[in-house]
Design a protein around this ligand. Structure first.
Ligand SMILES: *Cc1c(COP(=O)(O)O)cnc(C)c1O
Length: 237
């Protein structure tokens, strides 16, 4: 585990150097969905403190089991409006806000807490090839509305492009998110987070400005098949 984490950090650093960027400006989020609390504890012992989860019920079990260990939990999966309360209660971050209705429910569940929920708006940069995320031309209005909600702090944008081996296409998708990010900042939103890049495409994402890469398989290995504890979620991976 320590060796795999080290290898990812080495890839991130090499990609940052190639892009002329400071490697310290890029954070590794370890995606532990599908893996038990013991795997998270192992990565934690190797120095990894930020973890991403996609399935609410599975995540809450792990979060409870590992409470008090200094872990920062990020929700990155498709978010159904009937699961907003446990997400607002247990997570520090949500990367997958793609509807105002869901943001409003998160806001209500979090308002009154000292610490706002850190959120990203998820954008679909691949058109019909991918289902989750708001369309790029609808993203500015959603971002402005989310930024105005109490209990939430809008930090940036997230995307999951369609899987592709074509590095030029990968970079074009990530560049689309980057352009949107720059546009929103020019419009006055103080965004600092571009959540993009996974095990297979983190180099392309870092090249285009990623500040958070979300890596599962390259850290934990191939995920075990899900046991069907929750209904399949459209857009989930
Ligand atoms: C599963 C998942 C990842 C990690 O993907 P890997 O290919 O295993 O690195 C990243 N982001 C999201 C939103 C995911 O659902």
């Amino acid at each position: 585990m320590a060796g795999r984490l080290q290898a990812i950090h080495a890839r991130m650093e090499a990609a940052a150097r190639l892009a002329g960027r400071d490697p310290r400006a890029i954070t590794l989020l370890a995606v532990s969905k599908g893996w038990p609390a013991a795997a998270v504890a192992e990565a934690l012992a190797a120095g990894q403190h930020r973890f991403g989860e996609s399935y609410v019920q599975e995540a809450v079990g792990k979060i409870r089991a590992l409470a008090g260990r200094g872990i920062e939990w990020h929700f990155i999966g498709p978010l159904q409006s009937n699961k907003t309360r446990p997400v607002a209660e247990h997570f520090a971050w949500v990367h997958s806000v793609d509807r105002l209705h869901v943001a409003e429910r998160l806001s209500r569940a979090r308002s009154g807490d000292a610490e706002p929920l850190q959120v990203c708006v998820q954008v679909n940069v691949s058109g019909e090839a991918s289902k989750s995320g708001v369309a790029p031309d609808e993203a500015p209005a959603l971002a402005q509305a989310v930024a105005a909600l109490p209990g939430l702090r809008l930090r940036g944008l997230m995307t999951i492009p369609e899987p592709s081996e074509d590095e030029v296409l990968q970079q074009r998708r990530f560049a689309t998110l980057r352009a949107l990010f720059d546009r929103l900042n020019a419009a006055g939103l103080a965004l600092d987070t571009l959540s993009m890049g996974m095990s297979d495409d983190l180099e392309a994402a870092i090249h285009e400005g990623a500040t958070v890469v979300r890596v599962g398989t390259a850290i934990f290995g191939t995920r075990p098949a899900r046991a069907g504890a929750e209904a399949p979620q459209p857009g989930g991976t």
